[in-house]
Design a protein around this ligand. Structure first.
Ligand code: ADP
Length: 949
């Protein structure tokens, strides 16, 4: 097999890697292969009978060639490739992977300006390759080299796509005519103009999206335009279409609503209105439009796109415009961004604004919960969602509501009223003092009759005798500053929208930018719109099963999670003994938001399946020293979804404090499965238990680690419970500081961020607050960096005309450098600023653990916990031998677009940097590049200084 020492893409900082050939033919072929693809030979070494072993050349190579390539990726890093001949049996280079090669881990992905010649060469060798897109001009090519190493070539400079090269970290002092990252100036010399608008209902995060589109457009060397007041701006034209400068969107990340306005525009629903809109767009010279809005807005956008050729023709036919005038605009590029609090668009898991709205709902229901508890009342809470029950279901999962009503899943059965009463009464009988029912605005029964809050109230009062109140949350749900997730989503999607515009050709269908789990994706706009409409049609036809199927699978999953954790299954009690498992739940490491929510969901799911959930209190020391294992009941865990910290107690110690005793405890309590919730220590504990299986049969049970740590440094997942709560806490803290900084003009705050040796929290926090610079342990800090960043700050203040007083923030991870502490950084910046601006340090410390867990952490906790127990069930009934296999000790994680269980031994061997306690590859690195781009850190000064004209 090829021996690739650093299996990481160039863009992630690889500067050196080595490949081994086992035969002379393969060696020369490999040298020729890379030579033809742009590598230059710099050093040749052949071990003759009396050759000297040098320090540089490997002692086991008979021949060795060093090739060198300029990465040309804008990140200034070159690559050295070492090809070695180590005689051995020939490798079957034909063993190519199945499926999508782009999704595999390529040894490296190289940027090449001339992808065509690479493609020609690969074709001339008659070897297999995969090109993306498959038709038209590819932007990515993957192939296997002669010794079977997967390599990729890309012509894309998109910093978010994993295959793309990073934009320069160093501010490039380029003249204004030289765009940094793309070649958007066409031969006729006219810069591409990209317009952005917000339309339909406003949603928190829309401003972040506009900011990202505007800045990315400018960074790409194009002109950015905002179309104010949604489609109204298109129809009216004139002042409502404005050119935007870099500084126009400063401070927009934290603003709720939409600063460029939105309106419901009847005129655009008529062809006449759209014709005028087309005329105004052409007059303004706009070639592409990014529309951020909901279902209605994107339907309008799709219609506009499909009609475009005929609209242009009509402008000519009616002599409003000439052939020459419209010639460059025969094709209109439209990209959709889904901004909607309802999350009512198919094809994407989340829409911009939905999670912020869920924040508002949870805050309200949490507050209502305490008064309900005090008076032993029932509350019916109406939430938004005319056609989509996402907000209602997510609110129900995250607040532990007793019942939920949605448009797409009406209650089953003829007499659902009695069924509901039984559930509510049962919860009361079990000892609950409060009853919460969540109703979506558009909730209906199976006959499409609306289910109103007042109707439900009457049932609660008349049948159950409950003191019942109705609360309609109304427009508070639209308001407020966007939550961290929405700011991140809007930013990443805004960047992707500009990329999609630049990538598109007249043949590419208009895309809508989506997110699936943790992956930003492009989906065909037309299909997304069609799919969304078919949900409404299915509901209209009372085909509710189809309506649920047409929503994203994640939604159905959450609905099931809600049912599993809320509705008691009475039949579970009669589960035969041999089908009933004893599942232990343990917390390890520092507390993180969502640990309790996960424990509650796991325990209730166990109970509903007829299993016995056992809480191990205070981690392994609790188990070993105090034997503190307790069965959890349904009511024991009630209300845990909203509690921070760890209800069952957590401890940092791992089982190696006494593995023998741990095995004895496992045996004594007859654990059939183990759920470990925690951070890197939990990961370590799982590894220790797996290894100890050889000596202790008690550990030969399925064991799963559910990552929960604010640092988000557990290998095997891109998301740990608690990290979202932490980001929100940090974001709120930074927003406050930023405001204080803006009150005293020209102040920079250096904020110290937790995260151990992982720069995840610092980076994402930086992205969502718009930090000027972020220092991570992965990159470290050096003098050159500091110097450039101080210059960057100086420039940014120099261009500040005084109208925008937003403060500036710099984030430093606590372990980014031993020398440049937070205090030292602030001092250096102050000194260097030479009284042009001030610098202070700030340390939020344990504020970052957050108080009440964020809704995202709560819902993900519940879903991942249920999935973990399902996985334990799957393995627990296997034979003794199968249970001891390494697959039965795994980490559950969200990776890319899926939820995946990865065996712990695989993670330890291939993905973990044990010493630094973090994954070897920082999947979030591209976000750092985007952060640098949008803060102007890696954009030419001339672009960020751009003025409106
Ligand atoms: P949302 O985008 O939040 O769903 P609306 O449904 O009100 O909000 O749509 C916003 C705007 O999009 C409308 O005011 C209208 O200008 C335009 N629009 C909506 N539906 C259509 C349609 N079928 N054809 C053309 N334009 C439409």
């Amino acid at each position: 097999m090829p021996d690739v020492e650093l299996p990481a893409p160039i863009v992630q900082g690889v500067s050196f890697f080595s490949i081994v050939a086992t035969t002379e033919d393969a060696f020369y072929d490999t040298v020729a292969f890379y030579g033809a693809l742009g590598f230059r030979e710099t050093s040749v070494f052949e071990r003759g009978p009396d050759s000297q072993k040098t320090a540089e050349h490997s002692s086991d190579s008979a021949k060795e060639t060093w090739l060198h390539a300029f990465a040309d990726a804008g990140n200034g890093e070159d690559v050295t490739l070492k090809i070695r001949l180590v005689p051995g049996s020939p490798v079957d280079a034909k063993a190519e992977a199945e499926g999508e090669w782009r999704a595999k881990k390529a040894a490296f992905v190289m940027y090449t300006g001339n992808l065509n010649s690479a493609l020609e060469y690969i074709k001339s060798r008659k070897q297999s390759f995969q090109a993306r897109p498959e038709t038209g001009t590819p932007t990515e090519i993957y192939t296997y080299d002669p010794v079977g190493t997967l390599v990729g070539f890309t012509s894309k400079r998109n910093p978010f796509a994993t295959a793309a090269p990073a934009p320069s970290r160093t501010p490039v002092q380029a003249p204004i005519e030289t765009p940094l990252v793309s070649q958007p100036v066409p031969p006729d010399g006219k810069k591409k103009r990209i317009g952005v608008m917000t339309s339909g209902g406003d949603a928190p995060g829309m401003n972040a999206a506009v900011r990202a589109v505007v800045r990315m457009t400018i960074a790409r060397g194009c002109d950015a335009y905002a179309i104010y007041e949604g489609y109204e701006g298109l129809v009216q034209g004139g002042d409502l279409i404005k050119k935007m400068a870099w500084s126009d969107v400063r401070g927009w990340l934290s603003e709720g609503g939409t600063l460029i306005g939105t309106a419901r525009c009847m005129a655009f629903k008529e062809r006449k209105g759209r014709l005028t809109g087309a005329k105004h767009l052409i007059e303004a010279g706009i070639d592409a439009l990014v529309v951020c809005g909901g279902d209605g807005s994107l339907t309008g956008a799709d219609l506009f796109r499909s009609e475009w050729p005929s609209l242009v023709q009509e402008l000519i036919d009616t002599e409003v415009m000439t052939e020459e005038q419209v010639a460059p605009y025969r094709h209109l590029n439209i990209v959709g961004l889904v901004g909607s609090i309802d999350n009512d668009m198919s094809s994407t898991d989340a829409t911009i604004g939905a999670f912020s709205s869920l924040h508002r709902i949870c805050e309200a229901v949490d507050s209502i919960g305490s008064t309900a508890l005090s008076h032993s009342r029932a509350f019916i809470v109406e939430v938004m969602g005319r056609h989509c029950g996402w907000l209602a279901v997510m609110a129900a999962v995250s607040t532990g509501a007793d019942f939920v009503f949605t448009p797409e899943r009406p209650p089953e059965g003829e007499d659902w009223e009695s069924d509901m009463c039984k559930v509510l009464q049962k919860h009361r009988d079990m000892g609950k003092r409060k009853t919460i029912i969540i109703v979506a605005e558009g909730a209906i029964d199976r006959e499409l009759k609306p289910i109103t809050p007042n109707y439900l109230k009457d049932i609660c009062v008349n049948r159950l005798g409950l003191d019942t109140r109705v609360t309609t949350l109304g427009h508070t749900q639209r308001g407020g500053t966007p939550c961290a997730y929405d700011r991140m989503l809007a930013t990443l999607q805004g960047v992707e929208a500009v990329e999609a515009v630049l990538d598109s050709t007249p043949e590419t269908p208009s895309p809508v930018i989506a997110i699936n789990e943790n992956k930003i994706t492009r989906k065909p706009l037309m299909e997304a719109v069609k799919l969304t409409h078919s949900v409404a049609e299915a509901i209209g036809q009372k085909d509710f099963r189809k309506a649920m199927e047409l929503r994203d699978p994640e939604f159905a999953d959450f609905y099931d999670t809600y049912v599993h954790t809320t509705i008691v299954n009475d039949e579970a009690k009669s589960t035969p003994k041999d089908k009933s498992l004893r599942i232990a739940i343990i917390h390890i490491g520092a507390p993180a938001g969502g640990m309790n929510a996960a424990t509650r969901a796991a325990a209730r799911f166990c109970l509903n399946q007829g299993h016995v959930p056992l809480a191990v209190h205070n981690g392994f020391p609790g188990l070993l020293r105090h034997d503190s294992v307790r069965e959890l009941s349904w009511i024991d865990v009630d209300g845990w979804e909203i509690r921070g910290g760890s209800e069952i107690g957590t401890n940092r110690s791992t089982p190696d404090i006494d593995l023998g005793l741990a095995a004895w405890a496992f045996q004594k309590h007859r654990f059939d499965g183990l759920l470990i919730i925690g951070g890197f220590e939990a990961f370590t504990a799982l590894g220790q238990l797996r290894r100890a299986r050889a000596s202790y049969p008690a550990f030969r049970i399925p064991m799963v680690c559910l990552p929960a740590t604010i640092s988000n440094n557990v290998p095997g997942t891109e998301f740990s419970l608690g990290s979202d709560t932490c980001l929100n806490a940090l974001m709120e803290y930074c927003d406050v500081i930023k405001q204080s900084a803006s009150a005293t003009r020209r102040r920079v705050f250096v904020v110290e961020v937790q995260g151990g040796k992982s720069g995840y929290v610092a980076t994402v926090a930086g992205l969502v607050i718009g930090a000027m610079a972020v220092y991570t342990p992965e990159e470290g800090i050096n003098l050159k960096m500091l110097q450039e960043d101080v210059e960057h700050l100086k420039r940014s203040y120099a261009h500040d005309q005084g109208e925008n007083r937003a403060g500036r923030l710099v984030l430093r991870n606590e372990r980014a450098s031993n020398t440049y502490t937070t205090e030292v950084l602030a001092n250096i910046i102050r000194e260097e600023a030479n009284k042009k601006f001030e610098a202070r340090s700030a340390v939020p410390g344990h504020v970052q653990q957050g108080g009440i867990p964020s809704p995202l952490d709560r819902v993900r906790a519940a879903r991942l916990a249920v999935k973990s127990v399902q996985w334990l069930e799957q393995h627990a009934f296997k034979s003794l031998e199968e249970r001891a296999a390494s697959e039965t000790a795994a980490v559950i994680g969200i990776r890319g677009a899926g939820i995946i269980f990865t065996p712990i031994d695989v993670l330890e061997e291939t993905e973990t940097d044990i010493a630094a306690r973090r994954p070897r590859q920082a999947w979030w690195k591209p976000m750092h590049n985007i952060l640098d781009l949008l803060s102007g850190r890696s954009v030419p000064e001339a672009a960020t200084a751009s003025e409106r004209s």
